[in-house]
Design a protein around this ligand. Structure first.
Ligand SMILES: Cc1cc2nc3c(=O)[nH]c(=O)nc-3n(C[C@H](O)[C@H](O)[C@H](O)COP(=O)(O)OP(=O)(O)OC[C@H]3O[C@@H](n4cnc5c(N)ncnc54)[C@H](O)[C@@H]3O)c2cc1C
Length: 268
């Protein structure tokens, strides 16, 4: 690890002031991605701003037709939350399937989406539910948030404070986990909202994306049968030691149908 100055502010304004004054400083949430990169000297920052003292960034609150999850809320809290289970059970399923207990206890929703790992689970939920990312400066729709491989719309020094999810009529998530890491080799989040159906895919491409053919088909008939002949193009999909692009395309079609079945099952 290279030397750095360490800051642990106790409120958002103080945190924003530090990163606002030093745009080469890095925010620290659960540390599940950042700490290993520091330990292995893959990254070097002159200062680290630890968000763990910002209690206002923690917690889960249902209000009307939305569910608000603070950026510093750990995956394990989302998985165990009665509010989440009651409003969006697919989100609890997704959180429970992230990594292992250590990762779920330390890793946060804010850190996960800021990191924008192409195989992370939460980006699929944000895009699949048309969620809003709330920062200390603005609100960003999920369609505009994930820009590329480990790349988001966040500006230097911008802090995610929460994510607001609309509560859908039905939602389901299904992933094929890479056996060692549990990250998604491919994963599909499907939701039926009041005005449309959304289908988001993670793990298959450099960034999370929507499957518009499936959205159209499911908009007319929210049933796995509506997408049983879905042909997913493999152009632009990831090909690596774990799976070819063709294999991932096949997985996406299978997982999409299973996610719809899970959504229908959860709906009762
Ligand atoms: C062994 C292992 C297995 C894993 N398996 C999975 C898996 O199956 N599925 C999955 O989705 N993920 C998986 N992860 C990733 C994990 O879920 C973490 O969410 C992720 O590593 C980052 O979250 P964090 O809270 O630890 O953030 P950190 O590591 O602290 O930070 C990550 C990045 O986000 C930035 N950041 C953090 N918080 C904010 C904020 N509030 N505003 C702006 N920027 C911020 C940091 O500056 C940094 O750039 C795994 C990780 C490990 C180590």
């Amino acid at each position: 690890m290279y030397d750095f100055s360490y800051h642990r502010p106790s409120d958002l304004d103080a945190a924003a002031a530090i990163v606002g004054a030093h745009d080469d400083y890095k925010l620290l949430a659960g540390g599940m991605s950042l700490i290993p990169s520091l330990k292995m000297r893959l990254a070097r920052y002159p200062g680290i701003v630890d968000l763990s003292g910002l209690d206002a960034l923690r917690g889960i609150r249902r209000s009307g037709t939305t569910l608000l999850i603070g950026a510093m809320t750990a995956h394990a809290e989302v998985a165990a939350s009665a509010e989440v289970a009651g409003a969006i059970p697919a989100l609890a399923v997704l959180a429970e399937g992230i990594g292992d207990p250590l990762v779920r206890n330390r890793g946060t929703i804010g850190g996960s989406i800021a990191n924008a790992d192409p195989a992370a689970d939460y980006p699929a939920a944000l895009l699949g539910l048309d969620a809003l990312v709330i920062t200390n400066r603005r609100e960003i729709g999920a369609d505009d948030f994930f820009l590329g491989l480990f790349e988001t719309a966040l500006e230097p020094g911008e802090i995610i404070t929460a994510v607001r999810f609309p509560i859908p009529q039905a939602a389901g998530y299904c992933k094929y986990p890479q056996p060692a890491s549990r990250f998604a080799l491919a994963g599909v989040f499907v939701s039926k909202l009041a005005e449309c159906v959304r289908v988001a895919v993670t793990g298959a491409a450099p960034r999370v994306f929507r499957l518009e053919d499936a959205e159209r088909a499911l908009g007319g008939n929210f049933h796995p049968a509506a997408i049983e002949r879905l042909a997913v193009a493999h152009d632009g999909l990831n090909s690596d030691i774990h799976a070819s692009a063709q294999y991932r395309a096949h997985c996406v079609a299978v997982l999409a149908a299973r996610a719809v079945a899970a959504a229908r099952h959860a709906q009762g």
